[in-house]
Ligand binder design. Structure first.
Ligand SMILES: CC(C)(COP(=O)(O)OP(=O)(O)OC[C@H]1O[C@@H](n2cnc3c(N)ncnc32)[C@H](O)[C@@H]1OP(=O)(O)O)[C@@H](O)C(=O)NCCC(=O)NCCS
Length: 149
């Protein structure tokens, strides 16, 4: 990892929200479902994080939502094409984990694409089980990270 001084935060302006959803859709949906929606119905209940370059280009995005009193779920983690392995995903994930602690969650779960399992392992997530196949080809794995109260 190169390390970065860039910080992740919630998108602020309409233009930032556009860049947020556009990056997410481009990386995680467009190759398989080009006509599909770029957002879910629960977005307003989620905590969102965007990491931008100094010129405003979106580099990484991700979101968190509460499942129950103790548990949150991370979804839609995506780093821009050509910007992987520079530490942006880690900064984004750490920001979501910090947000989870601030709302007193004690564990996070996520559904990792197979290619992303090493990334989450490196960030302290344990593999729970093989889960579902998205778009008939992308194997997912349920992963979990717990911490004390
Ligand atoms: C998976 C993803 C979020 C990781 O973000 P990233 O910015 O590339 O990851 P980082 O640079 O923060 O990686 C931190 C560490 O995780 C591990 N890691 C990350 N990607 C890895 C990979 N493809 N294979 C093996 N290890 C990996 C490494 O240990 C890495 O540290 P190192 O580069 O010093 O070896 C990003 O690559 C991405 O968006 N990929 C495409 C979409 C996707 O799969 N999203 C996840 C959906 S669940």
């Amino acid at each position: 990892m190169n390390g970065t001084s860039l910080a992740a935060r919630e998108p602020r302006t309409p233009a930032e929200w556009e860049r947020y959803y556009a990056l997410r859709w481009r990386i995680l949906r467009a190759p398989w479902q080009p006509q599909g929606p770029d957002r879910e119905e629960d977005e307003e209940r989620c905590i969102h994080r965007l990491l931008c370059a100094e010129d405003g280009t979106a580099l990484a995005v991700g979101r968190l939502h509460r499942l129950d009193q103790h548990t949150g779920q991370i979804r839609f983690m995506a780093v821009a094409e050509g910007q992987e392995r520079k530490g942006y995903g880690s900064v984004l994930l750490q920001s979501l984990e910090q947000a989870a602690r601030e709302i007193s969650l004690q564990q996070l779960i996520l559904q990792a694409r197979e290619q992303a399992v090493p990334f989450y392992r490196r960030r302290g997530y344990e593999l729970v089980e093989k889960s579902f196949l998205l778009f008939d080809e992308i194997q997912h794995y349920l992963m979990r990270k717990q911490w004390g109260s």
